[in-house]
Design a protein. Structure first.
Length: 332
């Protein structure tokens, strides 16, 4: 995805979605590096952009991150303090990790402290992704974390809400092929993150078995809804109900851990990821949880270039949260 500025707003210049080879990525690990690089190369060619600088992200499970309190009086030596803290937190030698930090601002609980977010990842996990980008003929300018990129995209959604969503709690679900990523956000801060093993791959396999067709045919049929009679009642509705149950379960985990101490209730649920557009899912989730549920679309306030087809963008938007958040990072 390529974004530019149009006055105060972002403008979507262009985007493409390119399939990866089957099983090219497993549990976040890059299995078929050459196949992934080739998919990236194809995507960039189809995009038709002259820009070769890219932002990429590692899976959230591959990142170690923690909020720290640093005394304001010692903030001059921030890097030294962060390294010393990192040495205590990170279970690997520091020369084996990429380390960064972000000052979030004054602590809400202690006037003498700054809140700082420390983030680290194994160098090998970062470097293999950078290598794939370079194999595709591009340049990786920054590496983010998937859940942080989702939060950046969420800033665009917040702008459309009453009071810009301040003092409200949002559960953002990114529903992928094999995992549901639950990100609970309040006032621009991630207060909870959890992954659950459940995703759209299960429905694809159900379709394969039921109709005796190939994986690709099942995927295409699922997306286009061009399926035999009985598909909705026999496969789609039971799957949507199971997915809504998993989302309800994820919220129960939140309520029994973080929420218990902070007395927080989720005000809105936002659904993103490739599975979020399944017919009836938003209604099923709202019915099960009794919480207002909407499909996540970070593009409603953005300007669209002439190459963007609005109807396609509306269908693709929930699957583009991470790409959108990465494109918003800029290269200053």
């Amino acid at each position: 995805m390529e974004l530019s500025r149009s006055g105060k707003n972002y403008q979507i210049e262009r985007y493409v979605i390119e399939s990866l080879p089957k099983e090219a990525v497993s549990e976040g690990n890059l299995v078929d590096i050459e196949g992934i690089a080739e998919s990236l190369r194809k995507a960039w060619k189809r995009l038709g952009s002259p820009i070769k600088n890219v932002a990429i992200a590692i899976p959230t499970a591959m990142a170690i991150y923690k909020k720290l309190l640093v005394p304001v009086s010692q903030s001059e030596d921030m890097e030294g303090m962060i390294e010393s803290e990192a040495d205590q937190i990170i279970p690997f030698p520091l020369d084996e990790v990429n380390l960064d930090y972000q000052v979030l601002g004054p602590s809400s609980t202690s006037l003498d402290d700054l809140e700082v977010l420390l983030c680290a990842a194994r160098k090998e996990k970062v470097e293999e992704r950078v290598a794939v980008v370079e194999m595709a003929g591009l340049r990786a300018q920054l590496v983010d974390v998937e859940s942080f990129a989702m939060m950046t995209a969420f800033e665009q959604i917040q702008q459309q809400l009453p009071d810009h969503g301040m003092n409200q709690t949002f559960a953002l679900f990114d529903i992928g092929a094999s995992k549901i990523h639950c990100n609970v956000i309040r006032n621009g801060q991630q207060i909870y993150y959890r992954e659950q093993m459940f995703g759209g791959l299960q429905l694809t396999r159900d379709i394969q078995r039921r109709y005796g067709i190939s994986f690709d045919e099942a995927e295409n049929g699922k997306r286009s809804m061009a399926m035999p009679d009985g598909y909705e009642s026999e496969l789609l509705h039971p799957f949507v109900d199971s997915l809504a149950q998993e989302i309800q379960r994820a919220l129960q985990f939140f309520y029994t851990t973080v929420s218990v101490s902070q007395y927080l209730r989720v005000d809105y649920i936002l659904l993103g990821g490739g599975c979020s557009m399944l017919a009836g899912l938003d209604d099923a989730v709202a019915s099960r949880t009794q919480i207002s549920t909407m499909i996540a679309n970070p593009f409603t306030a953005m300007v669209q270039s002439s190459s963007i087809r609005l109807k396609e963008l509306l269908l693709d938007a929930p699957a583009l949260l991470i790409a959108c958040g990465l494109a918003m990072r800029r290269f200053d």
